[in-house]
Ligand binder design. Structure first.
Ligand SMILES: NC(=O)c1ccc[n+]([C@@H]2O[C@H](COP(=O)([O-])OP(=O)(O)OC[C@H]3O[C@@H](n4cnc5c(N)ncnc54)[C@H](O)[C@@H]3O)[C@@H](O)[C@H]2O)c1
Length: 248
């Protein structure tokens, strides 16, 4: 028996990194998974990997910034798998710059992907979840939105906004038996490659992590399985930091 047997999940940005590991973990716990990803090629690889292990998944080209695209992804998932129980708002990008140099395009791209993307996807699935009086939404936030950061004020603002979104959505949707929580991760992915491989910055960063190492995305994924499962039925509006103690 898997902990997510019979459940259907949409994981945005799950062609690589943390989203990929979450999709794989959900599938191995029995969930059917939609890989909602901008890049179709890695998304199809994830689907093949899940299928080769006996799971069920589909790749649906999705741009979370585009409301029509998101609507189609939700419709395709319901057509294919009959329902949506779990949504993970994970898709993300970085556009680094200091406040004074940040362009409007850099600001908009990051806010649209993380914050508006979370609004687009949550609004689209919540209509369906409200009808079924069941749902689990997990938003992927960051220490940047909790404690602030240098050189990515767009990202810190978007992630801080997602925290507010998580708490407000948790309060609005609780009456429909929908739990909304957030995870603040830290993992070795494409997104953190620059920091990890920079000899100076990499060392400085590692010294801030009490566990003194980066996690592989697979080490982060079990926390998502927990919050997506009914073991977490009495948890809502919370932020779980899975980052080696970086955020305390
Ligand atoms: N890696 C970390 O340590 C860390 C720390 C804090 C927060 N996060 C957050 O975790 C999430 C996943 O990051 P990651 O490290 O796995 O990065 P990643 O770059 O490996 O993966 C991000 C994925 O999102 C997809 N994506 C980007 N824009 C999209 C869009 N508009 N629509 C659909 N998909 C889109 C990308 O194609 C990519 O596959 C992000 O929200 C990120 O901000 C990561």
């Amino acid at each position: 028996m898997g902990r997510l047997d019979g459940k259907v999940a949409i994981v945005t940005g799950s062609g690589r990194g943390i989203g990929r590991a979450v999709a794989m973990a959900f599938a191995s716990e029995g969930a059917k998974v939609t890989i909602a990803e901008l890049d179709l090629e890695p998304a199809e690889e994830v689907v093949n990997e899940i299928k080769s292990r006996g799971g069920l998944a589909i790749a649906v080209p999705t741009d979370v910034t585009n409301r029509e695209s998101v609507k189609k992804t939700v419709e395709t998932t319901i057509k294919e798998f009959g329902q949506v129980d779990i949504l993970v708002n994970n898709a993300g990008i970085l556009r680094l710059n200091m406040l004074q140099k940040m362009t409007e395009d850099q600001w908009d791209a990051v806010l649209n992907t993380h914050l508006k993307g979370t609004f687009n996807c949550t609004q689209a699935v919540s209509t369906h979840m409200i009808e079924r009086k069941y749902g689990k939404v997990i938003n992927v936030v960051s220490r940047a939105g909790i404690q602030g950061t240098i050189g990515q004020i767009n990202y810190g603002s978007a992630k801080g906004g997602m925290l507010g979104f998580t708490k407000s959505a948790a309060k609005e949707l609780a009456r429909y038996n929908i739990n909304v929580n957030a995870i603040s991760p830290g993992a070795a992915t494409r997104m953190t490659e620059k920091i990890r491989t920079d000899p100076k910055l990499g060392q400085v960063y590692l010294e801030q992590i009490p566990l003194r190492r980066w996690a592989e995305p697979e080490e982060i994924a079990p926390a998502f399985v927990f919050l997506a499962s009914d073991e977490a039925s009495y948890i809502t509006g919370q932020v779980l930091c899975v980052d080696g103690g970086l955020t305390m």
